[in-house]
Write a protein of this length. Structure first.
Length: 268
């Protein structure tokens, strides 16, 4: 029932967004097209507040559904000629337990990264810095109680209508009584069409090195698209994507429908 309600909410939201899109002017189309390429750059010098709803299907032996709502503010600041990009992910999780009807609901572990980004060289940009797993989970079923940290890197190019890149990090715990060791990678490809419309793919590949043999990796494939637009003076982005987990641990989701709504605050 909760999955159906989530889908109804998403459809209502899309209909409301469609009404906003229909009110755009030609000048806002031109501004949106320029902003769309900047918004596709994860290390752009721009404040943004993404809000992402993930509807996960096919979980566990009872083939159930769960939801993860991520609040993901991006807060950059200048450090001499470099940019420092602060990225925070706060997950609110509702996922099935091992029964036919029960759920675990609450706050998951917060993820934080700080990327130091030198001035771009032509269309090429890169960044590096630390990534952290912060044990904020409200119950142990929703996240590890280990504080963990490790290195993060990102590389990208932005030729023409394209934004193409990859980011990854590897974090692990250092406390002798904690055991946390995970790898994360994400390639991202965006093609900006016109008037702020774009198509893209940015699957999140993860590995838990403490899992049993054959259960470490989650490797999704999929794609989607969206649009950058304005509602009054507020710039925003709306996108939808579908991903299938070609490789995944036993009992995890088979596929995910994702919708993301982003408030954008570009520099004037």
């Amino acid at each position: 029932m909760k999955a159906q309600l989530s889908i109804i909410f998403v459809l209502c939201f899309l209909l409301s967004a469609g009404n906003l899109l229909s009110q755009e002017t030609e000048s806002s189309h031109e501004e949106a097209a320029a902003l769309a390429k900047q918004a596709a750059n994860p290390i752009a010098n721009m404040i943004s507040v993404p809000m992402q709803l993930n509807l996960n299907f096919g979980i566990g032996e009872y083939d159930r559904a769960g939801q993860v709502f991520n609040i993901m503010p991006v807060l950059p600041f200048k450090f001499f000629t470099w940019n420092v990009i602060n990225r925070i992910i706060v997950p609110i999780i509702n996922t099935p337990d091992n029964t036919e009807t029960g759920n675990y609901t609450g706050l998951g572990n917060m993820n934080y990264s700080m990327l130091f980004v030198p001035p771009p060289k032509g269309t090429f940009q890169w960044g590096f810095g630390p990534a952290f797993n912060v044990p904020t989970a409200s119950r142990h079923e929703l996240g590890s109680d280990a504080f963990a940290l490790g290195p993060a890197l990102i590389f990208l190019v932005m030729p023409g209508h394209w934004v193409i890149g990859v980011t990854f990090n590897h974090v692990w715990s250092y406390h002798k009584d904690k055991d946390y060791n995970t790898f994360f990678a994400q390639y991202f490809i965006t093609y900006n069409i016109r008037k702020g419309w774009y198509v893209n793919t940015n699957p999140m590949i993860t590995s838990n090195w403490n899992a049993p043999d054959g259960e470490e990796w989650t490797v999704p494939f999929g794609a989607g698209g969206g649009k950058v637009f304005h509602a009054g003076k507020q710039a925003m982005k709306l996108q939808g994507q579908v991903y299938y987990n070609a490789i995944a641990p036993t009992g995890s989701a088979d596929w995910t429908f994702q919708i993301q709504y982003v408030l954008l605050f570009p520099h004037k």
